[in-house]
Design a protein around this ligand. Sequence first.
Ligand code: ZN
Ligand code: ZN
Length: 213
Amino acid sequence: MSCDFSLAHYRELIRAAREGGYRWAGFDAPPEPGVVILRHDVDLSLAGALAVAELEAEEGAWSTWFLMTRSVFYNLASAEGEATIARLRELGHHVAHHAVWPHVDLDSRFDAVVAWHNPDPEYMRAPIEGAVNVMEAPFFDPEHYRSDSNQHWRNGCPHEQLARGEFDWLQLLTHPEIWAFDGATMRESMESMLDADRAARFEHLRDDRIDLS
Ligand SMILES: [Zn+2]
Ligand SMILES: [Zn+2]
């Protein structure tokens, strides 16, 4: 099994967790032994998010999706944004807020759960009034946390440890764009994402009655 950042290996990762006997959980109750809390920060692409969300649902998994209200890459208030939230809920996922310091824009679209985007250490683990901060106890503990930032697992891809049931519990953060778009490097995955985005934007132009003749 090669630990690349592809949808195929993401599927293997999900299956490994199941093989290890884990069950899925969110941020609505303190983590218990035997749970994997799947967390996704959506930084760049709603289409990438949906590709991973559909795959998880096919595998009988669900996760918590952290969506931005202040992204330069996507608009959650657009028709695409609203459809994405509706589809995530329909698939049984949880929807939470990926906030940009110092703004917490929690509203009825989100569960009261916040993950800061690119946080600085000063506020990363600070309590947030009226919401769970995913990086505070009991949800965060370095021994029970893995993330895939920039196609780099700080402690290696966790699929083998999951399959062997080695984690008591785990918060697993993945960024869907890394997995949903092809590329052997972060640069290549981003090129793939931008190619797909260009095609999508032509559709938006057509929908906007722009003359492309
Ligand atoms: Zn792996
Ligand atoms: Zn982020």
